[in-house]
Design a protein around this ligand. Sequence first.
Ligand code: PGA
Length: 241
Amino acid sequence: MNEILIVANWKMNPSNSKDAWDLAEAVKQGVAGVQGAKVALCPPFVFIPQILPTKNVELGAQDCFWEDPPAGGAFTGEISPSMLKNLGCSYVILGHSERKKYLGETLEMVNQKVKAALAAGLIPVMCIGEKTEQEMRQALNDISPEQASKLVLVYEPEWAISTNKNAAAATPEDCGRAIELMQKIAKEMFGDIQIPILYGGSTNSKNIKGFIESGAHGALVGSASLDAREFIQLVKNAAMH
Ligand code: PGA
C-alpha cells in the first residue's frame, strides 16, 4: 500500500472530445516518469473509449449501474460495470456526494453498486462523508473481508468540495482524524485488512503533501484535475511526500 493513488474526477467536464483527449495526453506525458504515485483518470462516460490507459495512468468511471446481466438489460440510460471493464477501466467512483445531492442516490444503491462493481472486477473508489459510521456500515453492508480488501475509500467532506459556496479544504488534522476513524470502523467490520483511504475536497499542488503526511494514501481530485499543469504538479508533490 506504499504507492499513492491520485484519482482525477473530471465530473461533467470538458465539453468536447478534443479537449478530453488533450487533457489525458498531457497528463500521461507529464507523469510518465513519476515513481511512487499512480493516477486514475475518471472522465465522463462518453470520453472513456478514446483514452488508453498506460503503466501509471489507469482509467476509471464516475459511476456505474447496480445491475449487470451478462447479455445487457432494459435499464435506460445506465452503464454496467462490465461495459466499463471491457473498455479498460480499472476503477469506478461510487457514492460521490454530488450524486447523493442531485440524483437522490441512497446508501442502499451505493451498496448494490459496490457489489456489482466488485463482481465485474472493478475497484470501487467509495466516497464517505461526515456520517462516517452510518455511511460505511450501510454502503459496505454484506461485503466480505476479501471483497473489502479490493476497495479504495475516500474521506470526502461535502463542505470541502471546491465548487461549493464557501468551500475550504479540510486541514491535515481533520483529515488524519477522519482517516483514523475510518480505519477503526473498517477494522471492526472486516478485521485486519488494509484498505487505502484517500482524501477529497479542494486539493491542489500546494496542500496535497499535508494530506499524504496526515495518513491519506492519495486523493480524489476534482477542479485541480482539469488543469494539466496543476494536476501533474499535484501528482509529483504527492509522490515526493
Ligand atoms: P474538488 O472536488 O477537488 O473540486 O474539491 C473533490 C470532490 O468532488 O471530491
